[in-house]
Design a protein around this ligand. Structure first.
Ligand code: 13P
Ligand code: SF4
Length: 306
């Protein structure tokens, strides 16, 4: 069988198994094109968290990285949550441990803790409220305290600082994909495409954000491109997003700010792994209730914000 026929065959198997298992397939906007194409929903972290909490079905196949599947498992402990690529992790989420956060809380006893969703369940359990890239400013402004320990993304923390009078104490974590984007690359892309609008993710460094026309989550970037009257866009985030933009608004032209802005962990999902996970109901992600209960409080506080 040639490769295309083989893929078509695997997709058929996935469709059949999904029905048998009463499963839904969620995919992040950075997932490989062939995974986005078979997903029930493709979205950003907030959209996928909301879907995990509310969608029908006994099985969630989470095509993304570990903290996303963990969040789904925390919100829906009665469902079977599968992460087809078992070793797909987010290096940023590994940049803070629960012990380190406990020490920071001891040093700043009056501060609230806001954790980016890109954290382990243990870190969420030590936090007051969770946030994603699409609601970080709203979350920061929703807490009662004037000082906020913001973990782990220093760039997102500094971005939120622009829109609040509170004092944000950012942790020193960062995304290894977005932190590589430089102001020089923005200037060079603008020089080549002078009519293009520059959109970047808030995980980018502050000096890159200073040069952007618009800053948003992955789905926020997609919405902006598709609803804008402009035709050309320079995109400062992971390249997987370009597939969804091309499908949703093929009349727009997008250039990647950094063509090798690739999250290797997001690319670990494959059709074969999705098929195998549905067939075996493995690898399954579970979170012990002692941790999940406390982490759930932080996530649900975020989800309940108007
Ligand atoms: P979004 O919530 O904007 O999709 O971002 C998730 C992420 O990991 C970005 O690197
Ligand atoms: Fe983590 Fe960055 Fe990959 Fe997002 S793009 S999952 S923050 S490593």
């Amino acid at each position: 069988m040639d490769r295309m026929a083989d893929s078509a065959h695997i997709v058929e198997e996935i469709v059949k198994l999904k029905e048998e298992r009463n499963a839904i397939l969620l995919a992040h906007n950075y997932q490989p094109a062939e995974i986005q194409d078979i997903a029930d929903l493709t979205g950003d972290s907030l959209e996928l968290s909301r879907a995990a909490a509310t969608m029908q079905g006994g099985v969630i196949v989470f095509c993304g990285v570990d903290f996303m599947a963990e969040t789904a498992a925390i919100l829906s402990p009665q469902k079977t949550v599968l992460l087809p690529a078992e070793d797909a992790c987010c290096p940023m989420a590994q940049m803070i441990t629960a012990d380190e956060l406990r020490l920071a809380k001891e040093r700043h006893p009056d501060a609230a803790v806001v954790c980016y969703v890109n954290t382990t369940a243990d870190v969420k359990a030590e936090s007051d409220i969770c946030c994603t890239s699409s609601n970080a400013v709203k979350v920061v402004n929703s807490v009662g305290q004037d000082t906020i320990i913001f973990v782990p993304d220093r760039n997102l923390g500094q971005y939120a600082q622009r829109f609040t009078k509170k004092t944000i104490l950012p942790w020193e974590g960062f995304c290894i994909v977005h932190d590589r984007i430089t102001p020089a690359q923005v200037k060079e892309a603008r020089a080549i495409h002078p009519d293009a609008v520059v959109l970047v993710h808030p995980e980018c460094r502050p000096d890159v954000i200073d040069l952007a026309d618009y800053v948003a989550s992955t789905s926020g970037i997609i919405r902006h491109v598709c609803t804008s009257e402009k035709k050309e866009f320079i995109i400062g985030t992971e390249v997987g997003i370009l597939h969804r933009i091309a499908k949703q608004c093929p009349d727009k032209t997008c250039y990647s700010l950094l063509s090798d802005a690739i999250c290797r962990n997001m690319k670990k999902t494959s059709l074969e792994k999705v098929r195998n996970s549905l067939a075996t109901l493995q690898p399954r992600i579970t979170v012990p209730e002692e941790v999940a209960g406390r982490a759930r409080r932080a996530i649900e506080r975020m989800l309940s914000l108007p």
